[in-house]
Design a protein around this ligand. Structure first.
Ligand code: UDP
Length: 254
C-alpha cells in the first residue's frame, strides 16, 4: 500500500493527506510540550484521549450548528477532518483570570472576569505567539473585519457550549484556545472551527476542589497528565473503552 503523504508535523499532531480531496487525517501524538516547546515529554495515551475528546466537542458543536472541521474518527489516534485555510491566529476566550492575563495584569488566578474576554495571538512559534490587537489583524490582512466579527461571535458560542458541558460534569471552563479556518463554497469563504478542542488547549478546574484537569498539570508538574485527561473523559462519558480495560471477547469499536 502506498504510504500516505505527510503534510505537516506539529507539536501534538501530524497531518496527512486525506482519503478524498479537501480532507486531512489528523494523527494525535502522545507528545506534550509547554513554554514554546522548552518543556517536552511523552505522555502515554494522551493522543488517544485527545482524539476522542476533540471528536466529542466537535460533534457537540455540529449539533448546535457551529460549523467545524470534524468529519469522522478513523481509529484510536486519527480523525478525518475538512481541510481549511487556517487563519494565523490563536483565538483565546477567558472566563476566569489565569495564565498570561493573570500575570500581565497582576490579577490573582481564579478571579472571575467581568465578562468573557476574547483575545488573539499571532501564530508564530519563533515569536512566541505574541498577543495582537484587532488593528494588527486587519492591517496585515490576516482576517477581514467581517471575518473578525464572525470569529468573535463563533468563539463566544463555543464558549457557551463548552462552559455548559463542563459545568454539567462539575468542571469550570477557565479559558481555552481555538483555531479557525476558511473553507470555500464556490468562490465564497466560510469560517469553520478547526485544529482541536481538548484539555491541551483549555484550562479546566474541578468546581468543588479546584483541582486542575488540563495541561497545567504538565506545565506546573502537578501530577499525571494522562490521569487528569482520563478523568475529564470519564466524566463526559467518552472513555476510550478499548484502552482502559481488556475485553474478554471481541467488542465492536464504533
Ligand atoms: N493556549 C494554547 N496554546 C497556546 C497558548 C495558549 O492552547 O499556544 C491555551 C492555554 O492552554 C489556555 C489558554 O489558551 O487554556 C490561555 O493561555 P494563556 O494565554 O494564559 O497562556 P499560557 O499561560 O498557557 O502561556
Amino acid at each position: 500500500m502506498a504510504r500516505r503523504k505527510k503534510l505537516y508535523e506539529g507539536k501534538a499532531k501530524i497531518l496527512y493527506e486525506g482519503t478524498e480531496p479537501g480532507t486531512i487525517v489528523q494523527y494525535f501524538k502522545d507528545d506534550a510540550t509547554a513554554f514554546n516547546a522548552e518543556k517536552k515529554d511523552v505522555i502515554d495515551g494522551k493522543g488517544v484521549l485527545n482524539n476522542r475528546l476533540s471528536e466529542f466537542f466537535m460533534k457537540g458543536l455540529t449539533q448546535l450548528g457551529i460549523p467545524n472541521h470534524f468529519i469522522k474518527r478513523l481509529n484510536m489516534r486519527e480523525q478525518l477532518v475538512r481541510a481549511a485555510e487556517i487563519i494565523p491566529l490563536e483565538i483565546i476566550v477567558r472566563n476566569v483570570a489565569a495564565g498570561s492575563i493573570a500575570k500581565r495584569l497582576g490579577i490573582e488566578e481564579g478571579t472571575p472576569l467581568p465578562r468573557p474576554i476574547v483575545e488573539f495571538s499571532y501564530k508564530d512559534d519563533s515569536l512566541g505567539d505574541p498577543l495582537v490587537p484587532e488593528e494588527y489583524i486587519a492591517a496585515f490582512g490576516w482576517a477581514s473585519q467581517q471575518e473578525m466579527d464572525e470569529i468573535v461571535s463563533m468563539a463566544l458560542r463555543v464558549n457557551d457550549y463548552l462552559s455548559g458541558v463542563m459545568y454539567g460534569v462539575g468542571i469550570k471552563l477557565v479559558d481555552f484556545k481555538i483555531e479557525m479556518g476558511r473553507v470555500y463554497e464556490g468562490d465564497f469563504p466560510r469560517l469553520i472551527v478547526a485544529d482541536e478542542i481538548s484539555p491541551d488547549s483549555c484550562r479546566l478546574w474541578d468546581i468543588e476542589t479546584g483541582q486542575k484537569l488540563d495541561k497545567d498539570v504538565f506545565r506546573r508538574d502537578l501530577g499525571n497528565l494522562a490521569d487528569a485527561y482520563t478523568e475529564v473523559a470519564r466524566r463526559l462519558g467518552v472513555m476510550p473503552s478499548n484502552v482502559t480495560h481488556t475485553p474478554t471477547k471481541p467488542t465492536l469499536i464504533n
